[in-house]
Design a binder for this molecule. Structure first.
Ligand SMILES: Cc1ncc(COP(=O)(O)O)c(C=O)c1O
Length: 377
């Protein structure tokens, strides 16, 4: 019989989620409207100290609606972090727009502000106009250099969508990620720091944009007693049941962040002295929710490489995963413009995400550590 699996990041329910779900059943709000949705939106907005929030069916849906709200259309260019999950940039393709990928800086692994500025200048030179929007990602919970990115974006008057799908609760100078840009995106997919099984949200200080997001997410139904449509809409709303799960999860979010940060600290304490092993550190005034604990293994310095460790863990039914493959290396996006510096390529070659759930036991973490230590002798 195989050993019980240790997951990379699995759902971790608190004590209130089921009560909220039961309330939805008891009151028959089994639908994509209902009191949990409204409450979840206002509780999430309050947690992030932002004025407006629309709960949606996924983070990808939130990015898609953000692009539509910003007027992104066919052949418009949209700047996007290259080092990310495809959910960040697939919506650019949904709009038949053109992604322009920007590589990472080595400190936070997120969009390199210097490369961003060069890329904007180059796009203006090549196409005669500025890109229509910027999507900046905060990967693995680590904040991007968002203040620098915002000031470059403001200089060129380009709106910013912050993809904080992995970074709920992370901050820069005590300000929550997702609230620096013109629009912010969260994901509540099953692997995220809190989950609604599947879900997402779009936040903004712009009330009209969030009202527009709700309108588009409910099939763009005009105000009329009958069904009338003057725009193409989507079925992107979160269900009242899932919103109930989200309300319970929000109550334990800060505990989940604490547990994930403790995982990271544990890995760091036990592995950072090994030759060739390194971990991403938080720059001053940056606070990461440490959604996933990640490690870099330099095969020229360490006594093993990333794959040896990943395969050893896999053989013991422990899930670990290479860091994201950059979008400029993905066959489906390879033909689009990109601005590279080699940073994300190297991260992809040498990086590994370790089991990171807030529900990992100390015994499970010890097994992971033991196995890794065995690979380096
Ligand atoms: C960085 C990033 N962006 C976007 C998404 C898309 O979110 P969802 O899965 O809720 O559509 C995810 C995660 O799944 C993600 O990790």
């Amino acid at each position: 019989m195989s050993k019980p699996k240790i997951y990379l990041s699995s759902p971790h329910m608190g004590t209130k989620e089921f009560d909220y779900v039961k309330e939805a059943f008891d009151t028959n709000w089994i639908s994509p409207v209902g009191p949990h949705i409204t409450a979840f939106e206002s509780e999430l907005a309050q947690y992030n100290s932002i004025s407006h929030c629309a709960a949606l069916s996924s983070g990808t849906a939130a990015i898609h609606l953000a692009l539509i709200i910003l007027g992104v259309e066919q052949n418009d260019e949209v700047i996007c972090s290259s080092f990310t999950f495809s959910g960040t940039c697939n919506p650019i393709a949904y709009q038949k727009a053109i992604p322009v990928f920007i590589d990472s800086e080595p400190e936070t692994w997120n969009m390199d502000p210097a490369l961003l500025e060069q890329a904007i200048e180059d796009r203006i030179k090549k196409t005669g106009k500025a890109p229509k929007a910027i999507i900046v990602v905060h990967l693995y919970g680590m904040p991007a250099k968002i203040e620098q990115i915002m000031s470059i974006a403001r200089k060129f008057n380009i709106p910013v969508i912050e993809d904080a799908a992995e970074a709920l609760g992370s901050t820069v100078n005590d300000k929550k990620l997702g609230t620096f840009g013109d629009l912010g995106v969260f994901s509540f997919n099953g692997n995220k720091i809190i989950t609604t099984s599947g879900g997402g949200a779009l936040v903004s200080e712009n009330e009209a944009w969030i009202a527009k997001a709700r309108f588009l997410a409910t099939q763009a139904r005009d105000q009329a007693p009958h069904y009338q449509h003057t725009e193409i809409g989507f079925n992107y709303r979160l269900s009242n049941i899932c919103a109930g799960i989200g309300r319970g999860q929000l109550q334990v979010l800060d505990e989940r962040i604490k547990a994930r940060r403790a995982n990271f600290d544990h890995y760091f304490k036990h592995l950072s002295d090994y030759k060739g092993f390194s971990f991403p550190k938080e720059p001053s005034f940056f606070f990461s929710n440490r959604w996933l604990s990640t490690i870099i293994i330099d095969p020229l310095k360490a006594k093993c490489d990333r794959e040896k460790i990943r395969l050893a863990l896999e053989a013991e039914n422990i899930e670990a995963r290479p860091l994201w493959k950059p979008m400029h290396r993905q066959p489906v996006f390879a033909s689009y413009p990109n601005y590279q510096n080699g940073v994300s390529d190297k991260l992809f070659e040498q990086g590994l995400c370790l089991p990171s759930g807030s529900n990992l036991t100390s015994g499970e973490i010890s097994s992971v550590l033991e196995l890794i230590k065995q690979q380096v002798g």
